[in-house]
Design a protein. Structure first.
Length: 338
């Protein structure tokens, strides 16, 4: 893997029929997730939860790469194999989340700025030695009364560009994730306008930072309804998403890997499928980089019990196979029943 170019690794991550598993919840986030599922929050349970997915038989048929958290990339499987080595052995590319979360934006406490640039160069060098060949950084943009401000968008996109450049200097493919949140009651049209503006600023900053777009992946939100607003059809989501991207995303970008955000597993799958179908002539390959959209069913089945691991893995593989079909535009809701 080490001798492959950034462009080749980026293309491998969007191999047809495969997507990225976002297993990168922070220690705090995964703890809350486990507790909600009735599982004790402990480092060992974090490890067992990750291993459930990484050792699911045939997961490499649907998963091209896995984004891990700092805790996870240092952990080992039951047989003593470090997780990055385990994944690489399956032909799955190890990745790492490198941002350190968000803080309130000075002068606009409703908005957030992502932190983690300090010491990032050194951390990237270490993650490379641990086996990581791609990374992820998430910026969050909230739609609300008077927000997002131009300042919030600009600062977050400048930070994303600096992160992306540092990744490439360290031979790591950057995934840039500017997420316009579903939180609130805004319309899909408002989501379209904010997403378009955010992406336009992002690619301005990436150009200024001289980031090679052929060795970069975009992980955006879909242009979609809000959690408290009226839902619209998958076709409407697809049409608005494709229109937005065609206006502001350069064709040189290696691929677009969607986040599932606040969508249910089924919604994320349906919407991805329609985007792929409507965007069949687009210059980018579309696929998934789902966290909850790949893991929720499996977590509910597992519930922290060893005797449930096999059934939980089956639930994960079923979900992954459906997302795989959606990434090819071949998903049908009747498959959910099967």
């Amino acid at each position: 893997m080490s001798e492959l170019s950034l462009a080749v690794i980026a293309k491998l991550l969007v191999t047809p029929g495969k997507g990225i598993l976002a297993a990168d919840e922070s220690t705090t986030s995964i703890g809350k997730k486990l507790i909600k599922a009735g599982v004790q929050d402990s480092v060992e349970n974090h490890r067992l939860y990750r291993e459930l997915f990484f050792t699911a038989p045939g997961m490499e048929d649907y998963i091209s790469g896995v984004i891990m958290y700092d805790e996870t990339i240092r952990q080992i499987a039951d047989d003593g194999t470090p997780f990055p080595k385990l994944l690489s052995g399956l032909g799955v590319i190890p990745g790492i989340k490198v941002d350190l979360g968000v803080k309130e934006l000075d002068g606009s406490p409703q908005e957030k700025i992502t932190i983690g640039l300090e010491g990032l160069d050194e951390r990237l060098k270490e993650y490379y030695t641990l086996g990581s060949r791609f990374a992820k950084w998430r910026a969050v943009i909230t739609i609300g009364e008077g927000i997002p401000t131009d300042n919030c968008i600009r600062l977050n996109m400048q930070t994303l560009a600096k992160y992306a450049k540092l990744c490439q200097l360290n031979q790591i493919v950057p995934i840039v994730e500017p997420e316009v949140l579903m939180d609130g009651n805004h319309t899909i049209q408002q989501c379209y306008e904010v997403t378009k503006k955010t992406l336009a600023v992002l690619f301005e900053e990436l150009k200024l930072a001289e980031v090679d777009l052929s060795g970069l992946l975009l992980k955006p939100n879909m242009v979609i309804y809000s959690l408290e607003g009226d839902k619209v059809s998958s076709l409407a989501v697809a049409e608005q998403t494709i229109k937005c991207f065609e206006e502001v995303v350069p064709k040189e970008v290696a691929g677009i890997v969607f986040l599932s955000g606040g969508q249910s597993e089924v919604e994320a799958c349906q919407n991805l499928n329609e985007i792929v179908k409507q965007g069949k002539h687009a210059p980018w390959r579309f696929t998934y980089s789902f966290g909850r959209g790949l893991q929720n069913s499996a977590l509910a089945v597992w519930a922290g019990k060893a005797e449930n691991v096999e059934k939980a893995q089956e639930a994960f593989l079923n979900r992954a196979s459906l997302d795989s079909a959606a990434s090819l535009g071949e998903y049908d809701s009747s498959l959910e029943i099967a």
